[in-house]
Write a protein that binds this ligand. Structure first.
Ligand code: AMP
Ligand code: MG
Length: 476
């Protein structure tokens, strides 16, 4: 029996709609994350295709679709909600949700289903993010439904079993605030504090803590070249996890303007805009909390602004601290931030691959004669040479041994990220040929991102021009 708790189901009835998942024609287990099941204390014998598709609601579950609202590309939608997801309950304090589980009262025009490709994409990328040490929802399983979903073409349907610290979003707070339901906002805040920030001293501290986690999260994204793609407020987790893997992607060559998502025509969610957007989203959260921050409206605004002002410094500390470690600096000295920025600038001007450049620096830090592997990534290799001379002068001021530095760098500079062209190829093989071997191989490689894995070096390589993926799709 899966050891469910159902704390969300004890919140007021207006927080959700109770309903079971809609059964599917022919559930087939495609992938089971046995390691995660073990961490959650779930016996894998309980994780059958029937249970993971929702065809047989597991004992102890209280299935429901959660209510939330959200700003989508800057426009407020007062009611979104789980239109295709069903929360079964909590296991070991974490939500277990089936995404693609059928229509709900929040489905609007949608069919409540998910296609195989996006399900496998979420599985791959969330597990890669976890392996990279970045807070994220996890994937417990992927199940084929045996049904067809109609998108631009007919596609095989699937369901992903998602595990999250919770599914409370900025948009969940907005849902109640938009209805002037201050008691709802308060109940949600109390619940979120108890679950994610226990012991924290009040609503102001709660807001500060969420801001802190989001600032740190976005800094981590930037340090691995991750682009979320749909940073709407309904995709912004109060627990500070990366959530909702739609058109997300990792960049190959460094360019802060990079956008992959087909629906992000204005570049609102471009790589380099992500910190700004996170702050924008957190400002929307702060607005919902105003009645809780003070009875005096002006005072409440003042408090909210003071909290939001904390975002910049927290983000910069995390961002620059991470970049310093990526280039092998353990202590901070004046000029270090400029050194990291000048590397990025040279990379952008020379279309250097983000992941390979930093990984290459690990060896170059040990042996200057290894510079070649990095400099060749730059259109004009002398741009790297100029920077590397400053870098070496700075490294000479460090106390660590070169070998220790290389090891520390290898632990923060991955060799393997889920490169778009590899993800695309794995998804296509599964969807078009029912061939899961490329998915399995890619998953195995990217869940050990810091290991050399000599037999799989091809997965570290950027795409050939013909393999390049220029756009990614939500697939919803
Ligand atoms: P997303 O873009 O996945 O963050 O979803 C935004 C909103 O659209 C959420 O309220 C989803 O539940 C809803 N949604 C997305 N796809 C579907 C679908 N196929 N059927 C019903 N609702 C959907
Ligand atoms: Mg969403």
């Amino acid at each position: 029996m899966i050891p469910f708790a159902n704390t969300y189901a004890r919140l007021p009835e207006r927080f959700y709609a109770r309903l079971p998942p809609t059964p599917v024609a022919a559930p087939r287990l495609l992938k089971l994350n046995t390691a995660l099941a073990g961490q959650l204390g779930i016996d894998v014998a309980d994780l059958t295709a029937e249970a993971l598709s929702g065809n047989a609601v597991p004992e102890g579950a209280e299935p429901m679709a959660l209510a939330y609202a959200g700003h989508q590309f800057g426009n407020f939608v007062p009611q979104l909600g789980d239109g295709r997801a069903n929360l079964l309950g909590e296991v070991a304090g974490r939500d277990l949700q089936l995404k693609g589980a059928g229509r709900t009262p929040f489905s609007r025009g949608g069919d409540g289903r998910a296609a195989l490709g996006p399900v496998l994409r979420e599985y791959l990328i969330s597990e890669a993010m976890h392996a990279l040490g970045i807070p994220t929802t996890r994937s417990l399983a992927a199940v084929a439904t045996g049904e067809t979903v109609v998108r631009e073409t007919d596609l095989p349907g699937a369901i992903v079993a998602r595990v999250a610290a919770s599914h409370i979003r900025v948009g969940t707070f907005q849902y109640f605030a938009a209805r002037r339901d201050t008691e709802g906002v308060r109940a949600l805040a109390d619940y979120a504090i108890a679950r994610h920030y226990p012991g924290i001293g009040g609503y102001r501290a709660f807001l500060e803590a969420v801001i802190g986690r989001q600032a740190a999260l976005v800094a981590r994204w930037l340090q691995v070249g991750f682009i979320h793609g749909v940073m709407n407020t309904d995709n912004c987790s109060i627990a500070g996890e990366t959530i909702d893997y739609g058109p997300c992607a990792f960049m190959d060559e460094y360019d802060p303007g990079t956008v992959f998502s087909s629906i992000d025509r204005q570049g609102r969610y471009a790589y380099g805009n992500q910190p700004r957007i996170a702050l924008w989203n957190l400002t929307r959260l702060a607005e919902t909390l105003l009645p809780l921050l003070s009875d005096d409206e002006d005072k409440a605004v003042e408090i909210a602004q003071a909290c939001l002002a904390g975002f910049g410094p927290i983000f910069e500390d995390a961002y620059f601290g991470g970049l310093r470690r990526k280039i092998g600096l353990s202590a901070e000295r004046e000029g270090d931030n400029a050194l990291t920025q000048d590397l990025l600038k040279a990379m952008a001007e020379n279309q250097a691959d983000f992941t390979l450049t930093f990984r290459g620096l690990c060896n170059a830090a040990l042996l200057p004669d290894r510079d070649a592997a990095v400099r060749d990534l730059f259109i004009d290799p002398t741009a790297f040479d100029v920077w590397a001379e400053r870098w070496r002068a700075r490294l000479a001021l460090e106390n660590e041994t070169a070998a220790a530095r290389r090891e520390a760098m290898r632990a923060v500079n991955p060799a393997y990220i889920p490169r778009n062209h590899r993800v695309e190829a794995a998804l296509n093989a599964a969807a078009e040929r029912d061939d899961f071997a490329p998915f399995e191989e890619l998953l195995a490689v990217i869940t050990h991102p810091f290991d050399d894995q000599p037999g799989f070096a091809r997965y570290a390589a950027p795409p050939a021009e013909s393999e390049r993926v220029r756009q990614t799709f939500c697939g919803t």
